[in-house]
Write a protein that binds this ligand. Structure first.
Ligand code: BES
Ligand code: MN
Ligand code: ZN
Length: 458
C-alpha cells in the first residue's frame, strides 16, 4: 500500500475532533488558529475537515470532524483534501480497533484505478498508526482494491479467462487448491447452465472452484456471479442498459475480495469459492428465448429472457455448492435492475432462508457502514416463475417484485437445510462518497467479513 509510510518526520498532524473536542481545541489554540477555524465556520459537523495554517504559512495541522460513534470513513476524504505528496500523522494515537479502522478508511479513500490512465499526482500518505495491525489493514484494503480493479477493468481485458486467472492468483498466493473447468468440459462435468449462457462468446465459459483451510473446520462457501460482459444475449440490451455491463462480474469480484480477506487473516473455516465466469454474447450458437436447459440439479429451466442470465449460471454453481452441505452459503451477484429500484445503489438487497443469518449480516453491515437490507423470499410469488414447458422460468411474469422472483429462482437450487444468504448488489459507486471513490465497488464484503470474523475469528 503506497499510501502509508513509517517515518513520522515532517508529517502534518491530523486531529480527529468531535464538537466537544473542538471546544477544547479552541481553548488551547493560538488566537490566529482559533480565528482561522472560526472565520471558516468549521463546527466539526461530521465529514468536514479544515486545514489550519502554521506560523510560517505552511500546513500546520488538519482537523477532521467525526460523528459519535466514529465511523469507518473518518479519514476517507483525506486523500483528496490535501495537496499532493503531503504526509500526515494522527496527532493522538488511537487504541487498536480504532487505529485499524481509521487506517483502512484512509486506504479505501486512497484507491485509484490507474491501469490505463496514470495519475501524475503524488499520493497523500499517512504515517501508519503505531497501534494499527498493518498486516490486517493491508489484508482488508488490498483485497478491496483488488475487487475494485477487477470490476473497473474493461470487459476486453477482463473476460472469463482473465477473471479466473485473477482468482487463481489469489488462490495461489494463499496456498489454496484450484480446480478450473473450461469450455466443453463444463458439459462433460455436468454444468449445462453455465455452458449454455457462455457458449456464444469466443471466450469460452469457465467455472473456477477454489478450496482453502483445514478440512475439519466449518465449511463456508461463497458463490459469485461472474458475467464478464452482459450484452443481454439475443434479448439484447439497449445502449443505455448495456453501457455499464463490464461490472456484471461484480459479485465474483466481491466474493474474491472476501475470500482473499478470509485467507489472509486466517479465519478458522474451510473456505470454498465458486465462480462461474461467462460472457453473455450474441452469436449463431447463442441460447435462445424459450430454450429449456436441464441443469446440474436436474431442474429444467425455461429461458423466458436471455438477459436474465445471472440466475441461470448461478443455478449450477449453487447446486454444486450444496453438494458438500456447507455450514454457511453466501452468493453475491449484480443480479437485477429491480434490486436497484427497491433499495437504490448504496446498499445490497439481502435475501436469506435463515432469520438469524439475515439479522447478523444486517447488523454487521450497519456497524461497518456497508449496509444490506433484507427483502422477503415471498413464497406466493413463486407462481410468477412457474415455467410452461420447463419447470421454472428465468424471468418473472410480473408485474413487479423482480429482485424477489430472482431470489426465489436461486432458492430452488439451494438445499433447504443449508443456511444461505443472497446479496443482490450494485457493484458500482455512481458518485464518490467518503472512502468510496466513483466506480467499481465490492458491496457487502466488509459486512460479511465482519460477521465471519465474529463467528470464526482466531
Ligand atoms: N446484470 C443485469 C442486472 C443489472 C442491471 C444489475 C443493471 C445492475 C444494474 C441482469 O443480468 C439483467 O439483465 N437482469 C434483468 C432481468 C430481467 C430480464 C428478468 C433485469 O434486471 O432487467
Ligand atoms: Mn442480463
Ligand atoms: Zn447480468
Amino acid at each position: 500500500m503506497d499510501c502509508f509510510v513509517s517515518s513520522a518526520e515532517g508529517a502534518v498532524p491530523v486531529r480527529i475532533v468531535t464538537r466537544d473536542g473542538l471546544e477544547a481545541w479552541m481553548q488551547q489554540a493560538t488566537t490566529a488558529e482559533a480565528n482561522w477555524v472560526r472565520v471558516h465556520r468549521f463546527d466539526a459537523s461530521p465529514a468536514r475537515h479544515i486545514v489550519v495554517p502554521g506560523r510560517d504559512g505552511g500546513i500546520g495541522q488538519v482537523l477532521v470532524a467525526r460523528a459519535e460513534p466514529a465511523g469507518q470513513f473518518v479519514l476517507g476524504d483525506l486523500q483528496g483534501a490535501l495537496p499532493e505528496g503531503t504526509v500526515v500523522a494522527l496527532a493522538d494515537e488511537p487504541e487498536i480497533l480504532q487505529a485499524n479502522t481509521l487506517a483502512i478508511g484512509f486506504a479505501l479513500g486512497s484507491y485509484r484505478f490507474d491501469r490505463y490512465r496514470k495519475n501524475p499526482r503524488q499520493p497523500v500518505r499517512m504515517v501508519a498508526p503505531q497501534n494499527a495491525d498493518m498486516d490486517r489493514v493491508a489484508a482488508i484494503a488490498e483485497s478491496i482494491a483488488l475487487g475494485r480493479d477487477l470490476i473497473n477493468t474493461p470487459a476486453e481485458d477482463m473476460g472469463p479467462a482473465e477473471l479466473t486467472g485473477a482468482i487463481a492468483d489469489v488462490a495461489r498466493a494463499n496456498d489454496a487448491e484450484i480446480r478450473l473447468i473450461e469450455g466443453d468440459d463444463l458439459l462433460d462435468q455436468n454444468y449445462p447452465s453455465i455452458h449454455a449462457v457462455g457458449r456464444a462468446s469466443h471466450r469460452p465459459p469457465r467455472l473456477i472452484d477454489i478450496t482453502w483451510g483445514s478440512p475439519d473446520a466449518p465449511k463456508v462457501t461463497l458463490v459469485g456471479k461472474g458475467v464478464c460482459f452482459d450484452s443481454g444475449g439475443l434479448d439484447l440490451k439497449p445502449a443505455a442498459g448495456m453501457k455499464m455491463m463490464k461490472k456484471d462480474m461484480g459479485g465474483a469480484a466481491s466474493v474474491t475480495a472476501l475470500a482473499s480477506m478470509i485467507m489472509r487473516t486466517g479465519l478458522k473455516v474451510r473456505l470454498r469459492l465458486l465462480v462461474p465466469a461467462v460472457e453473455n454474447s450474441v452469436a449463431g450458437n447463442a441460447f435462445r428465448p424459450m430454450d429449456v436447459i436441464t441443469t446440474r440439479k436436474g431442474i429444467t429451466i425455461e429461458i423466458g429472457n436471455t438477459d436474465a442470465e445471472g440466475r441461470v449460471i448461478l443455478a449450477d454453481a449453487l447446486a454444486e455448492a450444496c453438494s458438500e452441505s456447507p455450514e454457511l452459503l453466501i452468493d453475491m451477484a449484480t443480479l437485477t435492475g429491480a434490486a436497484r429500484v427497491a433499495v437504490g445503489s448504496e446498499m445490497a438487497a439481502l435475501f436469506s432462508n435463515d432469520d438469524s443469518l439475515a439479522a447478523d449480516i444486517a447488523r454487521h453491515g450497519a456497524q461497518v457502514e456497508d449496509p444490506a437490507w433484507r427483502l422477503p423470499l415471498w413464497q406466493n410469488y413463486r407462481s410468477m416463475i412457474e415455467g410452461e414447458v420447463g419447470e421454472i422460468s428465468n424471468s418473472g411474469s410480473g408485474p413487479g417484485a423482480g429482485a424477489i422472483t430472482a431470489a426465489l429462482f436461486l432458492e430452488s437450487f439451494v438445499e433447504k437445510d443449508i443456511p444461505w444468504a443472497h446479496l443482490d448488489i450494485m457493484g458500482w459507486n455512481n458518485s464518490a462518497r467518503s472512502g468510496r471513490p466513483k466506480g467499481g465497488e465490492v458491496m457487502g464484503v466488509r459486512a460479511i467479513f465482519s460477521m465471519l470474523e465474529e463467528r470464526y475469528g482466531a
